[in-house]
Design a protein around this ligand. Structure first.
Ligand SMILES: [Fe+2]
Ligand SMILES: [Fe+2]
Length: 248
């Protein structure tokens, strides 16, 4: 009923002044022609008044309002694991950046660095949301080690490093999908943050799938025929790189 009322109001192009005009007409005996609109207006007046009353309470809660439908402790716990995963991924990418030092690693080295910078941003997004919900971000080394769902990989040949990063990204995608489903429409802010981040993780995974194809598994050397594609990937945005994956 409220949705119908809402659509009716917009189709008639009226703002609040129009409502007042209509209400006056209803009081003069015309309300029987538009009963849904009258009750819809009343419902929304009551709802908005209640929202105002709620907003005036518990001011220190900030962005955590009375209308929040999820379990904040559950969401905070999940976000702390997600943030731990981002910190671990950030460290792993930097480690791989430092260790990718031979002649064949020159171009891939920069991809490790770019991804590390993305993971740092993701850790920041999660930390800010945890704080908004009243939690304490996961920032201590002990807590990161305990909570990260992705074990850190310290193999140092190029192919092993790329495979480890691809596995990590793929696990992260599944983990964030689960958190998104948990949020549903009960925590829209967290869901939107995750929707943005999971899109970037998918591009990361796609980058590694492409780069693994570009390297000979037995020698670790770059396949020359797609040298130009890799160079282009490194020059383009991450989004552009995601579109370059080969399937054959
Ligand atoms: Fe990330
Ligand atoms: Fe990632």
């Amino acid at each position: 009923m409220s949705q119908r009322w809402h659509e009716q109001e917009h189709s008639e192009g009226r703002g609040s002044a129009g409502n007042e005009q209509w209400q006056s007409a209803g009081e003069e005996g015309h309300s029987s022609t538009r009963p849904n609109r009258e009750s819809g207006e009343l419902i929304w007046q009551q709802r908005l008044h209640k929202m105002l009353q709620n907003a005036e309470q518990n001011l220190p809660d900030g962005a955590l309002t009375a209308g929040y439908k999820a379990d904040p402790q559950e969401i905070i716990a999940l976000l702390k694991r997600a943030q731990a995963s981002e910190w671990a991924s950030f460290l792993q990418y930097w480690h791989h950046y430092f260790m990718a030092s031979d002649i064949h690693s020159a171009e891939v080295k920069d991809v490790f660095k770019e991804h590390a910078e993305d993971e740092l941003e993701h850790a920041r997004f999660f930390g800010e949301r945890i704080q908004q919900l009243g939690g304490v971000p996961c920032d201590s080394p002990e807590e990161i080690t305990r909570l990260t769902p992705t074990p850190t990989e310290y193999n140092h040949d190029l192919r092993s490093m790329m495979e480890a990063d691809l596995v990590g990204e793929r696990q992260t995608i599944d983990f964030y999908d689960e958190i998104i489903r948990t949020c549903g429409f009960d925590d829209n802010v967290t869901r939107k943050i995750l929707e943005h981040i999971i899109e970037e993780e998918a591009k990361h995974a796609d980058d590694w799938a492409t780069l693994l194809y570009a390297y000979d598994g037995s020698t670790g050397k770059q396949i020359e025929s797609i040298h130009d594609e890799i160079s282009q990937m490194l020059k383009s945005t991450t989004q552009g790189a995601g579109r370059m994956r080969r399937t054959a």
